[in-house]
Structure formats: structure tokens, C-alpha cells
Unconditional design. Sequence first.
Length: 202
Amino acid sequence: MGDNLTYQWQYRDNQSTLWFDFSGKTSSALEIDVSEQDEGMSFRCVVSNGCGSTTSSIANLYIRHPATITIQPENQAIYPNTTATFGVGAMGDNLTYQWQQQISGMWMNILGANASTYAVTGTLAMNQQAYRCIVGNSCGNTFSNAALLYVGTSIPAITVQPHHVRAEPGTIAQFSVSAISSIQGSSRSGRGRNNVALTYQW
């Protein structure tokens, strides 16, 4: 309030204690083009008339960073009644997550699947089920790539058999075996085979 008011906006870099007049910014409102370098800048306004001047309180500028996916979910191959975990990596402020599954060609939200990872127990009926994640914040949403769940059965195949060992008393004899088990069509491209975890019992 007052007569014949003038305005002069000032700025201060986030690493500085000095205030500088903002050239040409002499109205009661300030508008600036925002860039990443403006993060943490401070602004204030000096309001004057013939009787003197007063300085406003300080207002800071904080940059909002949109959600950006940095790690895409990958296809998972499991046996029936075991658990697969899909995950997504993302950057941005105050991120939210919503996993979806594709049903009859439509993407549907999964109730309660609101973290960066989603664990699901597979059945044979779920083979080649597709999943994706919506990552968002106040700037908007972004969608991950779709990842497939492969559920199947395969008998393990031993690729390296244990060998005879000659050992002296008091020493350690070591035997080893190598095996592989895979599910048809479960490679990252959707073709070929993908290895699944094995257990061993001597």
C-alpha cells in the first residue's frame, strides 16, 4: 500500500550472500524463464516511494524434476508357485509407482502395487503375462517398457558331471556339478530360452 510505488526485484545465487538488481524487473510480479541452474535461487522485492523503501521477505525457487525411468523392468522366468520380482529404477521428485498388468489387451492397475518393485507368484495360466509400471509425480507420469512373466516346467540338465577325486587323508576332497534348466520362449527378446534358478542336494 502507498502512493506512487515503484518496484525493484533482486536476486541472490544459492552460493552467494550478495543481492543484485534484476534488470527490467520493476513491476509488482516477477516472471523468469526457469533452468536447472536456477535451483535454490532467492528473490526479493524492494518497494519504494517518495517516503522511503521497504524490502519484501525472501522467496526461493526450487526446480521440480519430472519422473524419468533409468532402469526398465526385465522379463522373469520362474517355475509354477514360485515368486518373480519385477523392478523399475527412476529419478525425480516425490515419485509414485503404480504397477499394471495387461488383461485382454488392456492395461489394468494392480491393487496395492505401489512400490518400485512388484512381486508375483506365478501359475502356468500366467505364462507370458505382461507387466509395466507407471512412475509419476506432480510433473506428470511416464510408462516403463512392458516385461513378460514366463512360467513353465523344465527338467534340469547336468552339463558338467562330478569327476573322480584322489585325496590324501587329512585333506579336503571337492566335487562339483554344473546344471542348467530353462523355460521355452523366455529370453529377453521373447524368443529362445532363459535360465531359472536351481537347487542342489548332494
